[in-house]
Design a protein around this ligand. Structure first.
Ligand code: 9MR
Length: 576
């Protein structure tokens, strides 16, 4: 199988910010420097120079050169870059490049909502659908869900929330990080100098049915999941009260495509876990401080649930998810809850200022550890979420301590910058197979989030440029010449694994909407379709835009939350 990778000059197909970094990669057999030319839409050469030979790139196996045309900053549409007789896809240079991406990345959460009809007036008629999983036949529904055999005797109403990904499962662990990233995108606007006080995330800015209710739209979207997470908590009086069920999904896997309202399977609650309980504690605490100005009662309810959850986790510190619990839904298994304890304690401290939670924070082994790994944070490694909030959210932390926390963020950012510079495709992810795993597009974006946060903390433009440049990979500056975000770039992913958006299987159904990011290249080839098609692939080639390849081409809320966060940051950099 030889993928069509188009022109050998690889650019960010969306484009470049006028004052931002502008880099490209050329795939060539040449070993000596080559001339390059930047042309405007009329074909006139507006800049030129010499490439920098980079040798063989381990991630792609290709001999490559890089081009740096940062010095050219004239806004316009339809630029192309030519080198070695090849001309890149066309791209823009514009300060307004990413404004719409913020809104597109966030509309994906709305179309993933469970338990509510999707309004075509908001997102387009092709995405309109009836509410799913409300107990209307053939659904068994999420309104009165029993536990798996032997797990519990109660039933819960766990309607709402977002479908996790291409499946119809709802997982507290993954809902946690996704909700955190939406809430954090909003919280950032309170302190980040470039965030322009939440422009683009406020009321009536996004495609949500709650627009116009006086609450910032991104909080409305996050609340849809937060309410679901609160419903997953075991009520007082029941065994393990205060703990959160790990997940709820179908008894057996359903096929593709499958609309939520057509799902006939029995839904079941799975055993509570320490990690799920701490995810709930963390985001309910975080939500409590952010909702306080808009809905004091909801904020109080969230905070109470967070405190109860934290106490329940302390009493049950090692109830881990069964690694074999993968029939009908994913596992989200994790055998270390210390990072979730750190995260939950940090959020509870930041919301309450309570000394007891600060003691929990400082007692955590993560508090003095380096929490930023080269692989980036994700659903199973959440200590970085705590650290980023401790470093950015105003609190009573002493200035010496805050300085230490902030220095840990900039030290990590320095390492990611070094990787961006070392990688011939300019991404903050190292080039060996071990870094290209399931969903790694989100991990590399999360490294860009750390770079962006370092910029917010210091104002040092090198960090901003590193974050901006990191996204070139996502939008097409890669071995496959592939933009991983639907509708963004000349050649973008569109057949992400999804039961709802199954156009590739049924033409009457739409593709995922604009702003949907694919999991990305995964050297693990963890699905049969990728395995048979791509065996032997170099890491950056281990991707196919086919609906069957769930391990390289699924959509997921925790991946889109990373995109939404960075999109909001990028949109704020406008003319920067
Ligand atoms: O994103 C998850 C990835 O980190 C794991 O390696 C993978 C296998 O356990 O599962 C991914 O999560 C999937 C979840 O289990 C079920 N819904 C779809 C998720 C995205 O593929």
């Amino acid at each position: 199988y030889v993928p069509d990778t188009g022109p050998r000059v690889r650019v960010n197909q969306v484009g470049y910010l006028p004052k931002g970094p502008k880099n490209a990669t050329v795939v060539t057999a040449a070993t000596a420097a080559l001339p390059w030319q930047l042309k405007n839409a009329a074909g006139a050469v507006v800049a030129d120079g010499q490439t920098t030979p980079r040798g063989v790139d381990p991630a792609s196996g290709q001999n490559v050169h890089t081009v740096d045309f940062t010095a050219f900053g004239t806004a316009g549409a339809g630029y192309t870059l030519t080198a070695d007789g090849e001309t890149s896809h066309a791209f823009d240079i514009s300060g307004d490049l990413y404004g719409q991406l913020r809104s597109d990345a966030l509309q994906v959460f709305y179309v993933q909502r469970s338990g509510i009809a999707i309004d075509g007036n908001l997102v387009g008629e092709q995405y309109a659908r009836p509410a799913g999983h409300l107990g209307v036949a053939p659904n068994k529904g999420d309104t009165d869900v029993p536990c798996q055999a032997g797990v519990c005797d109660h039933r819960l109403d766990v309607r709402g929330g977002w479908y996790d990904a291409g499946d119809h499962g709802k997982y507290v662990v993954n809902g946690g990080i996704a909700t955190y990233q939406l809430l954090n995108s909003f919280e950032r606007t309170k302190t980040a100098v470039t965030a322009k006080h939440g422009a683009g995330l406020g009321d009536s800015t996004l495609r949500v049915p709650e627009r116009g209710n006086g609450v910032p739209d991104i909080l409305d979207e996050a609340r849809w999941e937060l309410e679901f997470l609160l419903r997953m908590q075991i009520p007082a009086g029941k065994p393990l009260a205060g703990m959160a069920h790990h997940k709820i999904h179908d008894q057996n896997w359903t096929g593709l495509p499958m609309q939520p309202e057509d799902d006939p399977q029995q839904r079941e609650l799975h055993a509570p876990t320490t990690q799920a309980t701490l995810n709930l504690a963390a985001v309910a605490a975080q939500g409590a401080r952010l909702f306080a100005p808009y809905d004091a009662a909801f904020a109080a309810r969230s905070l109470a649930a967070a405190k109860t959850a934290y106490a329940a986790a302390k009493a049950n510190p090692a109830r881990y998810q069964d690694p074999n619990d993968s029939t009908g839904g994913g596992t989200y298994g994790d055998t270390d809850a210390t990072d979730e304890f750190y995260w939950a304690a940090a959020e509870l401290y930041l919301t309450t200022g309570d000394e007891a939670y600060w003691q929990e924070v400082t007692a955590s082994p993560h508090h003095t550890a380096d929490v930023f790994t080269s692989s980036g944070f994700g659903w199973g490694s959440t200590a970085a979420l705590a650290r980023l909030d401790l470093a950015t959210v105003p609190s009573g932390i002493t200035s010496t301590e805050r300085q230490r926390l902030r220095a840990s963020v900039t030290a990590a950012a320095d390492r990611y910058l070094a990787t961006v510079r070392a990688e011939a495709y300019g991404l903050p992810m190292k080039g060996d197979a071990g870094h290209y795993f399931w969903g790694a597009n989100s991990n590399l974006i999360n490294n860009a989030v750390v770079l962006a946060t370092a910029f917010d903390l210091t104002g040092d433009a090198a960090y901003k440029d590193g974050a901006v440049q990191s996204m070139d990979y996502i939008f097409g500056r890669n071995a496959l010449n592939q933009s991983y975000v639907t509708g963004w770039g000349e050649k973008s992913s569109q057949n992400q694994h999804s039961r709802i958006f199954g156009h590739q299987l049924d033409e009457s159904l739409p593709n995922p909407p604009a702003g949907t990011i694919a999991g990305g290249a995964n050297a693990g080839l963890d699905d049969p379709y990728a395995k048979q098609l791509l065996s032997g692939c170099k890491p950056m080639f281990c991707y196919v835009d086919h609906i069957d390849s769930y391990a390289t081409n699924e959509l997921a809320i925790n991946w889109n939350s990373a995109l939404a966060w960075i999109a909001s940051f990028l949109a704020d950099q406008g003319d920067g």
